[in-house]
Design a protein around this ligand. Structure first.
Ligand code: PMP
Length: 433
C-alpha cells in the first residue's frame, strides 16, 4: 500500500476520537528522527509526547528488550516476583528524589499509575477527596478524567466521572500579568489571587482537611502549558499537606525522568512527595508506569488489593533497567542542561527580536521541557507548527492558550539541536512576515 492509501485506510478505520497531529504513517524511528512510509524523514521534537526521551530505538534499550523477549515476556506479578521487575527497582532506588521513596508498584500507563496513587492515598488516610490543579492533565480513565483540568474536550459528555475531586488554580504567572493588564481576552488567572491562599480557602470552604486524602500536582504543569511554579509554591503546598495530614502526590509522568534537567522535577524545589508517579520516559516507549512511596504507607494496602495482568511487564522492566543505566553512562542530565540552554537561548532571542517579538508572549520552561506562548488571538502556535511540519520537523502545541511545547530527546546531539533551532526560528519568522 502507498503512504497515502495507508493514511486513507487509517482515517477510515481508526477511531475518530483520537486527535492526530499529522495524517502520515510512521514506519521507523532512530534517535531524534522518525521516517514515514514513503521515506520522508522528520526531526522529532515531540518524542511521542515525552516518551522516547532517549531517542527512538535507543540501541541499549532495544538490546535489553530483545534479550528479555527470549527469556520471559510475561511473568505476572500476582503469581511470583520476576527478575527484571526487581532489577528495575534496584536501578530506580538511587534515582529517587528522597530516600523515603523506596517501595514500588508498577502499572502500564500514566493514568493507571495516577489512579493507583489515589487508591493508596484514600486507603492510607481513610479519607476520600482529592485536590488537583486547574490546567492539570492526569489521564483518560474515569478517575483521571475527573482529575484532568486542562481542556474540557477530555471529559465532555463522558460523565459521571469519579466524584470527590476539587481544584485550585496552578500559579501560572505569565497569565497573571495578562490579567493585570487585562485586554479582556483572558479570564483571571491564578497568581494574582494567591494560589496558596486559594488552597487554604478551598480547605475551609469546600473540602475539609478531615475529608481530603491528597493534593495531586504536576511539579511542572504539562499539557496545561509547560509552566514551572514560582520558587516557594511547592514548599508551601508541602506545608499545607503536613499541617492537615494530607498526602502530596507528585505526578511526574511528563516532567520526570530527566526532562527538566533533574531526574525528577520536584528536585528543583527540594520538596518531598509522599507518592511519586512515573511513566512515559521510564522505559523509553515500552508500556510501563510506577508509583513509589514509603514502605509503611504502601504496606497498609491489603495483599490482593493491587495488581494487574500486564502490570510491570518483564520486557518493559528490562527496557527500564537499560534506560536507568543510560542516564548514568551517557551523562544525559548534562546534555539536557547544554541543549536546553541552546533551545531556550534561541526562543529568548526570538522574543527580543523586533521582527518576531510581537508574536511572542512568553518563553518558559526548564531543561528540555520548554514552551513558547504566543500573543493571543492569531493562532500563531498552530501556524508555526504547520511551518515546522513543512520543513520536516514535528512539534506540539499545548494548553488552552496559544502555546508550542518543545520536547526533543534528552540525548539530542548538538548538531540536531542546531538544526531544530534553525527550523523553529525560520518558522517563527515566516509566520511573522
Ligand atoms: N499525567 C501526566 C502529567 C501526563 O502528562 C499524562 C500523559 N500525557 C498522564 C498522566 C497520563 O498518562 P497515560 O497517557 O500514559 O495514561
Amino acid at each position: 500500500m502507498s503512504a497515502s492509501a495507508l493514511a486513507q485506510f487509517g482515517t477510515r478505520h481508526v477511531a475518530r476520537g483520537i486527535g492526530r497531529l499529522a495524517s502520515e504513517v510512521i514506519e521507523s524511528g532512530s534517535g531524534s528522527y522518525v521516517t514515514m512510509v514513503g521515506g520522508r524523514r522528520m526531526l522529532d521534537f515531540t518524542c511521542g509526547i515525552g516518551v522516547a526521551n532517549l531517542g527512538h530505538c535507543h540501541p541499549a534499550v532495544t538490546k535489553a528488550a530483545q534479550s528479555q523477549v527470549g527469556k520471559l515476556v510475561h511473568g505476572q506479578i500476582n503469581i511470583a516476583f520476576q527478575k527484571p521487575y526487581l532489577e528495575l527497582i534496584k536501578s530506580l532506588l538511587p534515582l529517587m528524589p528522597h530516600e523515603s521513596l523506596d517501595t514500588f508498584f508498577f502499572w502500564n500507563s500514566g493514568a493507571e499509575a495516577v489512579e493507583a496513587a489515589v487508591k493508596l492515598a484514600r486507603h492510607a488516610t481513610k479519607k476520600q477527596n482529592i485536590i488537583v490543579m486547574q490546567g492539570s492533565y492526569h489521564g483518560r480513565t474515569f478517575g483521571t478524567m475527573a482529575m484532568t483540568r486542562s481542556k474540557t474536550v477530555y471529559g465532555e459528555n463522558y460523565a459521571p466521572l469519579m466524584p470527590g475531586v476539587f481544584s485550585v488554580p496552578f500559579p501560572y504567572c505569565a497569565q497573571c500579568s495578562v490579567a493585570t493588564h487585562s485586554d479582556g481576552k483572558y479570564g483571571f488567572e491564578s497568581c494574582c489571587m494567591d494560589p496558596v491562599l486559594q488552597l487554604e480557602l478551598l480547605l475551609k470552604r469546600e473540602t475539609a482537611p478531615s475529608d481530603t486524602a491528597a493534593i495531586v500536582i504536576e511539579p511542572v504543569l504539562g499539557e496545561g502549558g509547560y509552566v514551572p511554579p514560582p520558587a516557594e509554591y511547592l514548599a508551601k503546598v508541602r506545608e499545607i499537606c503536613d499541617k492537615n495530614n494530607i498526602l502530596l502526590i507528585a505526578d511526574e509522568v511528563q516532567c520526570g525522568f530527566g526532562r527538566t534537567g533533574k531526574m525528577f522535577a520536584i528536585e528543583h524545589w527540594g520538596v518531598r512527595p509522599d507518592i511519586l508517579v512515573m511513566a512515559k520516559g521510564i522505559a523509553n516507549g515500552f508500556p510501563l508506569s510506577a508509583i513509589v512511596s514509603r514502605k509503611e504507607l504502601m504496606d497498609m494496602q491489603k495483599p490482593g488489593s493491587m495488581g494487574g495482568t500486564y502490570a510491570g511487564n518483564a520486557v518493559s522492566c528490562a527496557a527500564g533497567v537499560a534506560v536507568a543505566k543510560a542516564f548514568q553512562d551517557e551523562k544525559i542530565l548534562e546534555n539536557v542542561a547544554a541543549r536546553g540552554a541552546e533551545l531556550k537561548g534561541m526562543l529568548d532571542a526570538a522574543k527580543s527580536d523586533s521582527k518576531t517579538s510581537k508574536m511572542i508572549f512568553d518563553v518558559r520552561g526548564l531543561g528540555l521541557m520548554l514552551a513558547l506562548e504566543c500573543t493571543p488571538g492569531h493562532g500563531y502556535a498552530s501556524k508555526i507548527q504547520a511551518k515546522c511540519m513543512e520543513k520536516d520537523m514535528l512539534v506540539l502545541t499545548t494548553s488552552i492558550y496559544d502555546t508550542l511545547r518543545f520536547i526533543p530527546p534528552l540525548n539530542i546531539t548538538k548538531e540536531d539541536m542546531a538544526k531544530g533551532c534553525q527550523i523553529i526560528k525560520e518558522a517563527i519568522e515566516e509566520v511573522a512576515a
